[in-house]
Structures are given as C-alpha cells and as structure tokens.
Ligand binder design. Sequence first.
Ligand code: ATP
Length: 376
Amino acid sequence: MSVQSAAASLTIERLTRRFGQQLAVDEVSLSVAPGEMIVLLGPSGCGKTTTLRVIAGFVQPSAGDVRVNGESILHLPAYKREMGIVFQSYALFPHLTAQRNIAFGLEMRRMPRAAIDSRVAEMLRLVKLHDFAERLPRQLSGGQQQRVALARALAIHPKLLLLDEPLSNLDASLRQEMAREIRILQQSGGITTVMVTHDQAEAMAMADRLVVMREGRVEQIGRQEDLYERPATPFVARFIGQSNILSGRLEAGAHLALGPATNLSLAGRYAAAGSATLAIRPESIRLAPPSSNDARAQGTVELCTYLGAVVEHLVRLGPEASVLVRGPGLGPDAAPRFAAGARVALHWSAAEERVFDESDRPLPAAMPALGRTAAF
Ligand code: ATP
C-alpha cells in the first residue's frame, strides 16, 4: 500500500522565535534525514510546539531558517508547504464523514474525483477504517478519530508529516497500540516526520532520534542509547528514564561529598575538583550485605517495593541524600531483597556512573581498574 512520497530532508538553522520578551525558541538547529522520524521532547513551555508551528508555517520565526530539501520554505504559506499535520485534538471537520475528512486535502488540490476516491479508499484500508467510511467523527472512538486524522494527513503524499502530541487524548493501552501503528506506517512509507511530545516513553518508543529541549534551547540530540547511556547534562539524565541525581563536592577526583556526614566513592577517577553532580540509573546500582568490600557507598533501606518484574529499594545514604535502586524481581538474576531498616552496600561500575562538573558538562572518567579512559 502506498503512502510513499519522495522523502524530503528538513534542516532547521538557528531558529529563534520571540513572543514579546519571551524567547520561546532560542537558536534551535537540527537536521532530519529523508525518511527519519525525529521527536521533539521536553517539559511544558520548552518551545517544542512553537518549533513545530514554525515548520508548519503557522508561526513566522524571529530569526533563522527552515529548509526542505535544501531550500528555504519560509516564504511559503502553510497550505503550500505540502505537510501532513496531525493535531492533539485531531481537528476533524465534525459535519464531514470519515471519508470526506480524508478527501478534504485532495479536494482542495482539485484532484480528479476518481483519483480522490481511490486514494481515500486506499487510506481507509491503510488505517483499518474501511468499514467506518460513512461515520461522522462523533460516531467514532478516540482511536478511530485519530486514525482518520492520520489518514487525512497522509492522503496528500506529504513531504513532511508533523505530529503534535498525537496520542495525548487516548487512554494508556490505545496509546501504545497507536504509537506502534504510526511508527509502522511512518517507517514503511519512509515519511520524514517530526513529532512533539512531553512523554519520554512515547518519544523513546517512536523516534529514530530524539531532540531534548529546555527553555527554548536544544539540550541534546541523539538516539535513544545516546541519551539514556550518555546524557549530556543532568537535565537529560533526569528527563530520559529515571536517574538518581546527587550533587556534592568532588574530592581527590574519587569521592563525592554529599554533605558533612555523607560520602560516596566514585567508580571512576576524575581530573577535576569542586562542585559536581553524579547521575546514576536505579538499575545500575546493585545492593549487597554491608560486609562486602569496595562498595561505592553504604546506606539504610527505607522502603522495599516488589512490583513483579522489578523490585525497588529506596536507600538512605545520609541526612542529605537517598537513592532509588531497581533490580529484576523474578528469575535466576532476581535482585536480593532487603527489609526496611537493613544496612546495605551499594555497587556500580565506572561505565554506569556519569559525573558532571559545576557547569553541568560531563567529566571524562579514567577507570583505574582497567587503566584506560572510558568512552563517555
Ligand atoms: P506545551 O508542552 O505546554 O505545549 P511547549 O514546549 O510546546 O509546551 P510552546 O507552546 O512552544 O512550548 O511555548 C514556548 C513558550 O512560548 C511558552 O513560554 C509559551 O508561553 C510561549 N508562547 C507560545 N505561544 C505563544 C503566543 N502565541 N504568545 C505568547 N507566548 C507564547
């Protein structure tokens, strides 16, 4: 089935948009390869929707450029940009049936009737709504309306597909199903796509690459592995998955003093001193009885929570800090469980810890045991 368009590349260069004093988008640059799906991700107000709206042509930038296949599109009005757009609210015409909604963009382009009919039928099959062609939007479920919106966006063979929080009005189980369907359609059609979401799990599940935004700026661009395993800043570490973020003073390149009575020994060695932040994933920490040697820290279990597939411990390291520890709940590698009040030792390796300097830049680690520099 064809949703194939000649896949386009998208380049955004130093895009800036002010609203009065407010800098909504601040020199954002990124490139999207033909057929690639990029997800803009970040907390509310970070500028992702404004970026998408500039690409769509609904908002003019204050500075910068947007290019499709190398050519600036800023002079083109939205309707001439050949972009398929799916909004959070679906924005279907309430008085038009599913098939008339899908046909709308084709009618606007004055496509011959027979070609429209065949394209609409193809789209209805693609989104599995061929039995619902005559229904009005209010006679369709949220997921079905979403599919109509997607079919309408794809029907015009868009150069780019723009998705603005497309799943946020669906319930949790339908979200996952729709996320997979959209991703399969996007990949099989090779459609260059930009999606906006504030949901990191959704972003991780759907993107080829993610763009983490914060206060109008790009914090990091990368594949899931890059962001998860090598976050560029503590903000990314916190935003992508879960991380324990511990701030303190780096001493002798090997210890992090979290407070007067709370110290931990780092797994790597760092050629720096002063304020520093450690980011460590809950699943990177292993707990053992306190007698074990070479522990990174000691602590007291405050809470042990068995969640089936995983078991979580909240461990207090001292008055200033506690960490979340997560391990497999089942199977031969199941993590040992410790009751509240138990003293435990915490272990992790240099490859699993990430230390940032006072400007939130990652510090390279030398791993003493291996005698080489970690590839951070
Ligand atoms: P959300 O997830 O809440 O939609 P977002 O990351 O998409 O947030 P934007 O909608 O791009 O963020 O908004 C970025 C900033 O620009 C916000 O501070 C917002 O208040 C401001 N902003 C956006 N549109 C306008 C506008 N039309 N007029 C004034 N300020 C605006």
